[in-house]
Ligand binder design. Structure first.
Ligand code: TYD
Length: 143
């Protein structure tokens, strides 16, 4: 059975606070259900720009607003939802087979992404019609 947007949960991340500030730690297979093989971050995003606009066949990601805020549209080919990220101690898990678009970045926003695999362009589906076909081939979310 294929993944659905309901598998893309908001994960609260542990925050250790003291008077000198906060620290959040993420350990693969401990705080998130995958090992982290790649980290990247988006920054200096001009106002009104959108990122993403693709799905992954196998990749799992945790997306965090390390600074500022933005929205993540999640689409499984049948249902859509928008996750708003605006705190560094929360992340949204994006499971394989989900179309995502990132938009409404605040000024100075930093989008931190922890990924389960190294970069592989063959894992991307960048065309929405192809994504819908892929999604149908992989079965209905209701089984
Ligand atoms: P892209 O995935 O299109 O960015 P976004 O989905 O955030 O809009 O990537 C932009 C460029 O960066 C593209 O040329 C591929 C390259 N890239 C890498 O080389 N390695 C990576 O890990 C990522 C995420 C992108």
């Amino acid at each position: 059975m294929k993944n659905s947007i309901y598998d893309c949960v908001m994960l609260p991340l542990r925050k250790i606070h003291n008077r000198a500030g906060n620290i959040t730690i993420i350990e693969g297979q401990r705080n998130i259900p995958f090992d982290v093989r790649r980290i990247y971050y988006l920054y200096d995003i001009p106002g009104g720009e959108a990122r993403g606009g693709h799905a992954h066949r196998d990749l799992c990601q945790l997306i965090i607003a390390a600074s500022g805020s933005f929205n993540v549209l999640l689409d499984d080919g049948e249902n859509k939802k928008i996750a708003t990220l605006n705190r560094p101690d929360y992340g949204v898990m994006v499971v394989p087979g989900i179309w995502r678009e990132l938009f409404e970045f605040s000024s100075g926003a930093i989008c931190l992404v922890l990924a389960s695999q190294k970069y592989d362009e063959r894992d991307y589906i960048r065309n929405y019609d192809q994504f819908v076909s892929f999604s149908r081939e992989h079965g209905s979310i209701t089984g």
